[in-house]
Design a protein around this ligand. Structure first.
Ligand SMILES: NC(=O)c1ccc[n+]([C@@H]2O[C@H](COP(=O)([O-])OP(=O)(O)OC[C@H]3O[C@@H](n4cnc5c(N)ncnc54)[C@H](O)[C@@H]3O)[C@@H](O)[C@H]2O)c1
Ligand SMILES: O=C(O)CC[C@H](O)C(=O)O
Length: 332
């Protein structure tokens, strides 16, 4: 067995963490033979709940789980970590836009960026889940200047999974038959789920999504709106934001980052823009990425972008520029 991977989960007393911790600790993310040290961070009023979570982790009797460290102090939480799953933040309530959370949540990510800079390994891989996830990741990276910007990401895999599932249901196939759906931009209602480069396998034949679905109007309207509004629909129905599906998506995101993507397939991650596809440099924008075996990703290059896509990609970029400016103001 290899050395344990030290994994921090913030918001560890919250609802996403309750679904997430078990999957991480049983080997779904870092490999079935990789021992795990789990670090759980939450705020002091949640210390009692955190104790209960630790008891349950112990009671799962998981062979890969070497140690659980529960804390309410960032200096302890971020110490020499290999991976950070930054979930802890306020969730949106019905009627709020995700950017309404910005002022409250961005300060958490400034503080955690500084803690990453000071205490974490320089190779740490960070996924920001707390909303507004893209802008929180940007702030986190900005306040951790000693860690390479490419080590920061935000979660848009939930949007990818939602898009894939919608296409699969419409085509009457399993989700695994749908490949290379792209989520561009912000994890918000301006995101652009793009199926122009995606394929569906039906009866052994690989078809474009447009040929498989044969309903361009649905693909250009209802499909996009459903994916963009899915988070809000879940909040309306559950009176709580998505948790089980979010936890699954966090596992998918970090597993692929750790182990790499299959040849010819890409996944969507919010990453720091290098200017690809005309997206302003420095924004944390969701792109299609291919990931190698050494935990390093490349933004997929050269995808043809039609006018319909261009408008939607620019629209979600504009929202991210506004969020960035508001966040920087809130941090000062
Ligand atoms: N990017 C995505 O796809 C996605 C999907 C679902 C939810 N989310 C977001 O994830 C976040 C968490 O959602 P949830 O449903 O688990 O919320 P929750 O309220 O159930 O749990 C959040 C936890 O974070 C803790 N917390 C608050 N401030 C903290 C801090 N400074 N350090 C550590 N912990 C802190 C809270 O005490 C709480 O226990 C929300 O912002 C939500 O909007 C993002
Ligand atoms: O705030 C929301 O829209 C819901 C939480 C989450 O971002 C999601 O997509 O389910």
């Amino acid at each position: 067995m290899t050395d344990p991977v030290k994994v921090l989960v913030t918001g560890a007393a919250g609802q996403i963490a309750y679904s997430l911790l078990y999957s991480v600790a049983k080997g779904d993310v870092f490999g079935k033979d990789t021992p795990i040290t789990l670090v759980l961070l939450d705020i002091p009023p949640m210390a009692g709940v955190l104790d209960g979570v630790v008891m349950e982790m112990q009671d799962c009797a998981l062979p890969l789980l070497k140690e659980v460290i529960a804390t309410t102090e960032e200096a302890v939480a971020f110490d020499k970590i290999d991976a950070a799953l930054l979930v802890g933040a306020m969730p949106r309530k019905e009627g709020m836009e995700r950017k309404d959370l910005l002022a409250a949540n961005v300060k958490i990510f400034k503080s955690q960026g500084m803690a990453l800079d000071k205490y974490a390994k320089k190779t740490v891989k960070v996924v920001v889940v707390g909303n507004p996830a893209n802008t929180n990741a940007l702030i986190c990276s900005k306040f951790a200047p000693s860690i390479p910007p490419e080590n920061f990401s935000c979660l848009t895999r939930l949007d990818q999974n939602r898009a894939q599932a919608q296409i699969a249901a419409r085509a009457g196939v399993a989700c695994s038959a749908v490949k290379n759906v792209v989520i561009w931009g912000n994890h918000s209602s301006t995101q652009y789920p793009d199926v122009n480069h995606a394929t569906v396998e039906i009866n052994g034949k690989t078809l474009s999504v447009f040929d498989a679905i044969k309903d361009d109007s649905w693909l250009k309207n209802e499909f996009i709106a459903t994916v963009q509004q899915r988070g809000a629909a879940v909040i309306k129905a559950r009176k709580l934001s998505s948790a089980m599906s979010a936890a699954k998506a966090i596992c998918d995101h970090m597993r692929d980052w750790w182990a790499g993507t299959p040849k010819g397939q890409w996944v969507s991650m919010g990453v720091v823009s290098d200017g690809s596809y005309g997206i302003e440099k420095g924004l944390v924008y969701s792109f299609p990425v291919e990931i190698g075996s050494n935990h390093s990703y490349k933004i997929v290059q050269g995808l043809p972008i039609n006018d319909f896509s261009r408008e939607k990609m620019d629209n979600t970029m504009k929202e991210l520029i506004q969020e960035r400016d508001m966040a920087l103001e809130a941090c000062n």
